[in-house]
Design a protein around this ligand. Structure first.
Ligand code: ATP
Ligand code: MG
Length: 403
């Protein structure tokens, strides 16, 4: 038996002239996220369906809940257009909902939403709803009708066949990745940057990830942790390139020549500059970071004014107005939190000064930058950067092509 899912769009349905563009993108993103699992996308009567062999259903549900642009999806049953069969199927749908969510068992309210596009079917929508409603009231004790805010909604659609489904599961919402262009996420091993990437992808940005690795000051374990974070993000961002920049020489030069209180800021500026070189080479038009206003010394207004001025392209910082608690909640929902709190240091903590500058002046900082004579090291670091493609389903696999 095949599992069939009806997919619901959110914001896309509000788009007018551009709707086609958004739908096409969503379809190709979905295809990339599910087709490797032997699932098919079908489009009939203005609706998207995904059909897959039963054994793949759990992976497909996981993929649907990670594909931006989808607000909800429902496991749909497809049966013959026979009212007796439809009634029994509606009963099964209620039973499944109650098993999955015990709060819906016992005393609950329901409503039937019936639609008939096949006008040759002998009952009209109202009659279908009444027949099934009466039948369900007989079958379940404690079930009552509530047409305004029911706990359970059963949808019945009579088309080329009959489709019956219940309350939808939540999708991630947002817009399909790729509809807003391409960006480069500066991904560290912390809690914040994966969440920042997730938020920007939700607005349709396709993302690659870059990590600055200062081996041996930062360990293989630290690198593997960030690699794992990129893998968790990958289905949300439609597959991703994970870039590893060898950052040791740049970091040592800064450490050697700069005042201790300026080290962190200069190092951040160096990261931003290298990230911008890589972004240009990979057709990305913006950078994304996990900075949040005043969270640490390098994220005060003055500090981000300096580090942001190291790039010509826009630097998006979607966490700017969020508290750490809120960021943690989001990290849990995305699924990155447990990996982010593994105890491997990133390069920033190792070279941190005791009293970093809180209000750096631009002129002073750019003078210090110039005394580093570091531009060539930055280009070399960009040239020696490694790229790994992370497939949304299979993860790191060198046989998968990048895009
Ligand atoms: P995070 O939790 O994302 O690591 P943080 O609160 O630890 O953030 P910082 O260490 O100051 O903050 O880093 C600020 C931002 O700079 C990070 O969110 C990330 O976008 C970027 N960044 C820091 N270190 C690295 C790194 N080694 N590689 C790539 N990006 C980095
Ligand atoms: Mg960090």
């Amino acid at each position: 038996m095949n599992a069939i899912y009806l997919i619901k769009f959110g914001e896309i349905s509000l788009k007018k002239e551009n709707r086609n563009f958004y739908e096409k993108k969503l379809k190709s993103n979905l295809r990339r996220n599910i087709e490797a699992r032997n699932a098919q996308i079908k489009y009939t009567d203005g609706r998207f369906y995904v059909e897959t062999p039963e054994e793949n259903a759990p992976q497909i549900e996981k993929a649907l809940s990670r594909t931006f642009g989808i607000v909800g999806f429902s496991r749909t049953r497809r049966v013959q257009k026979d009212i007796e069969i439809i009634k029994r199927t509606a009963k099964k749908v209620v039973e499944t909902l109650q098993t999955e969510n015990p709060a819906l068992a016992g005393t609950t309210s329901f409503k039937i939403e019936a639609r008939r596009t096949d006008k040759s079917f002998k009952l009209n929508s109202y009659e279908i709803a009444c027949e099934i409603g009466d039948y369900l009231m007989d079958q379940f004790e404690g079930l009552s009708v509530d047409v305004h805010s029911p706990d359970i909604k059963i949808y019945v659609e009579i088309r080329e066949e009959a489709f019956i489904y219940g309350n939808p599961s939540r999708g991630p919402g947002g817009l399909p990745v790729g509809t807003a262009g391409r960006g480069l996420l500066m991904l560290s091993g912390g809690i914040d940057s994966p969440v920042a990437g997730h938020m920007m992808a939700k607005r349709g940005l396709k993302l690659d990830c870059v990590y600055f690795h200062a081996y041996p000051y930062t360990s293989e374990d630290a690198l593997n942790k960030v690699k794992e974070l990129a893998k968790i993000l990958s289905p949300y961002i439609g597959g991703t390139n994970f870039f590893v920049v060898p950052f040791t020489e740049t970091q040592l030069r800064i450490n050697e020549r700069a005042l201790p209180q300026e080290v962190t800021l200069l190092m951040r500026a160096g990261m931003v500059k290298i990230a911008e070189i890589l972004a240009h080479r990979n057709r990305a038009a913006c950078l994304v970071t996990g900075e949040s206003l005043s969270q640490v010394a390098s994220q005060t207004l003055e500090s981000i004014t300096f580090t942001g001025s190291a790039a010509q392209m826009p630097v998006f910082r979607p966490l700017m107005g969020l508290d750490k608690e809120e960021i943690i909640q989001r990290a849990r929902a995305v699924g990155t939190f447990e990996t982010s709190i593994l105890p491997y240091d990133d390069c920033c903590t190792i070279f941190t000064a005791e009293h970093p500058l809180l209000k750096p002046g631009m002129e002073r900082m750019w003078n210090s930058w110039n005394s580093l004579e570091i531009e060539q090291l930055l280009t070399q670091a960009a040239d020696k950067t490694e790229r790994h493609y992370v497939h949304p389903i299979f993860g790191y696999d060198t046989s998968q092509s990048s895009e």
